[in-house]
Ligand binder design. Structure first.
Ligand code: SAH
Ligand code: SF4
Length: 327
């Protein structure tokens, strides 16, 4: 067995021991593609004139979430650009409505502030996904003009203090990163021990200043993903959309290299095509057809669909400890 194969097999084994065989399905709704940031890698950056901007209404969001109930997705992930036009109160209302439907809620709306995070927590939100993107502070500042890594990590800390399950993560092979094995990113994840981590390949977007760079190879992407599983064995790790967009077998191979989550896209088609972080995103498989192909794949891999909200192992431990302390 080659060393790469050994690594992937070890990650798969660790995944089974720590988080089991279940694969959790999280319904993704991309609620706005307005963004006040200008990240060099991303198609939603404010200077990109080649997409039509949209912001979904609360009614549209709830309508998009309904199939999750039928399809057995325990969680809705609301994602957007960093959009100052999103009203925190409106988002709080949507969170409460989704929770009342029995769904867990994850937000991925970029950086806000403590009072807003608190408002959303009071509305019932469960988790917040905010990738650290790169652990190299200088590179971070170049890639995200006007932003800094310290603030990002501070937000993650605040979210944890407010009892959110938190998600960090990074882009494999982002231009400017000179370390193919991402040691600093792995060390940061090991230190943070987040409840989940979004780790996927960088994909060049021709509508951005980094459009001429190359995406990392499948082998590199999978071996970094596998190492993520080894450093944060208890965390939820998606087989990311970027991985499946870039490589035809990406979803399957991700699930066999440590991943235990899939995030099927529930965004209405008319909006989905404008949520173009990178080319080809969400192009493969739509709605019910996508769901059938996911079920088919999980059957082949003998991996059951995770039931219920799919809170993290770390979170469930914490809840048990709190209950014990109260007894
Ligand atoms: N605005 C929020 C959430 C939306 S962007 C935020 O930035 O946190 C979600 C993720 O898409 C980002 O964290 C980034 O890692 C990823 N992304 C953006 N452009 C990408 C690209 N060209 N290739 C791969 N991933 C990309
Ligand atoms: Fe905006 Fe997020 Fe894209 Fe940066 S990565 S431009 S914050 S949507």
């Amino acid at each position: 067995m080659s060393s790469d194969h050994k690594l992937l097999a070890e990650a798969n084994h660790t995944r089974r021991l720590h988080v089991g065989d279940e694969v959790y399905l999280r319904g993704l709704i991309e609620i706005s593609n307005f963004c006040s940031c200008n990240c060099l890698y991303c198609g939603l950056r404010r200077e990109n004139q080649n997409i039509h901007r949209y912001r979904m209404t609360p009614h549209e969001i709830l309508e998009a979430a309904l199939p999750a109930l039928e399809l057995g997705y325990g969680t809705i992930v609301l994602q957007a650009g960093e959009d100052p036009g999103l009203s925190p109160q409106t988002i709080a209302g949507v969170i409460t409505d989704l929770k009342n439907l029995g769904l867990a809620v994850t937000l991925s709306l970029g950086e806000w502030n403590r009072p807003v995070y608190r408002l959303w927590k009071q509305a019932g939100v469960d988790r917040y996904l905010m990738r650290h993107e790169t652990a190299d502070a200088k590179l971070y500042a170049r890639l995200k003009p006007g932003k800094n890594l310290y603030d990002r990590l501070k937000s993650l800390n605040i979210l944890r203090e407010l009892d959110y399950q938190i998600g960090a993560g990074f882009m494999i092979g982002v231009p400017g990163n000179s370390d193919p094995s991402h040691e600093a990113d792995l060390a940061l994840l090991a230190d943070l021990q987040p409840d989940m981590a979004g780790v996927g390949p960088f994909i060049p977007n021709p509508d951005t200043p980094l459009g001429n760079y190359k995406a990392p190879s499948m082998e590199r992407s999978l071996s970094v993903l596998a190492r993520v599983r080894l450093v944060i064995p208890d965390a939820h790790l998606p087989a990311t959309t970027a991985l499946e967009t870039l490589y035809p077998q990406g979803r399957r191979q991700g699930l066999e290299a440590g991943a235990n989550v899939i995030m099927p896209n529930l965004t209405p088609l008319r909006y989905r095509q404008e949520y173009r972080l990178y080319p080809g995103k969400g192009a493969r498989g739509q709605g019910a057809e996508n769901h059938q192909s996911i079920l088919g794949l999980l059957k082949e891999l003998r991996r059951p669909v995770g039931k219920g909200p799919g809170h993290s192992v770390l979170w469930n431990k914490k809840i048990r400890q709190t209950k014990k302390a109260a007894e």
